[in-house]
Write a protein that binds this ligand. Structure first.
Ligand code: SF4
Length: 198
């Protein structure tokens, strides 16, 4: 156990416990539909990702999982009639997962954030949440930059991001021409582009 005054370790332990709670929630959602927690996540990504991110390999990276585990999860979702497989014409070795109407209906009822956690956060003031969110974003960006995590479509790792110190008083998105104050920074943006700022 960490020393009582080791705040860094206590934050890490808190994140681990949150991750366990999230996994338990995913399992309970999966139980309602007769699928596993991993299958809930695969279905969610297949329902909410653009085509290029619905490849089995892309979903594997997104979930930081093993390819065999995601292939097996996809097989079961196909068997249950929630997904179909499509050969990728641009890469014949790749498979794209498409949700069926049943898959979309199932996913719509499997909102994957525990309501108790959402409700708790809604009650917390922004003055507590904004610094916490920024600590998370900066830590994730560091982990992405040293290759500990493979996928992170956040403003802090996007080539369109202009930090406040470079371009005025507030950070901006060069692509969307929007101001990005600390509470508006995105963690998963569909306009994200990897690479160094231009
Ligand atoms: S494109 Fe998206 S991720 Fe990139 S800076 Fe703009 S808002 Fe942020």
């Amino acid at each position: 156990m960490p020393a009582a005054d080791d705040l860094d370790q206590q934050i890490i332990d808190s994140i681990r416990i949150l991750a366990l709670a999230d996994r338990a929630w995913l399992r309970s959602i999966g139980d309602l539909h007769g699928i596993s927690a991993t299958q809930v996540q695969v279905l969610d990504l297949a329902c909410n990702s653009p085509r290029e991110r619905r490849r089995v390999s892309a979903i594997t990276r997104e979930l930081n999982a093993r390819i065999a585990a995601i292939t097996e999860a996809a097989d079961i979702l196909v068997e249950r009639g929630m997904l179909t497989r499509e050969a990728d014409e641009s890469d014949l070795r790749a498979t794209i997962l498409n949700p069926t109407p049943l898959g979309r209906r199932t996913n719509a009822t499997a909102y994957i954030t525990a309501p108790s956690l959402t409700a708790r956060l809604r009650r917390s003031p922004a003055t507590h949440k904004v610094p916490a969110y920024n600590l998370m974003l900066n830590t994730l960006a560091d982990l992405y930059n040293d290759d500990t995590i493979e996928t992170l479509r956040s403003c802090l790792t996007c080539r369109f991001f202009r930090p406040a110190e470079v371009d005025g008083k507030v950070s901006k998105c060069w692509k969307l021409k929007e101001k990005l104050p600390p509470d508006k920074l995105r963690i998963d943006c569909k306009f994200y582009a990897a690479g160094e700022a231009e």
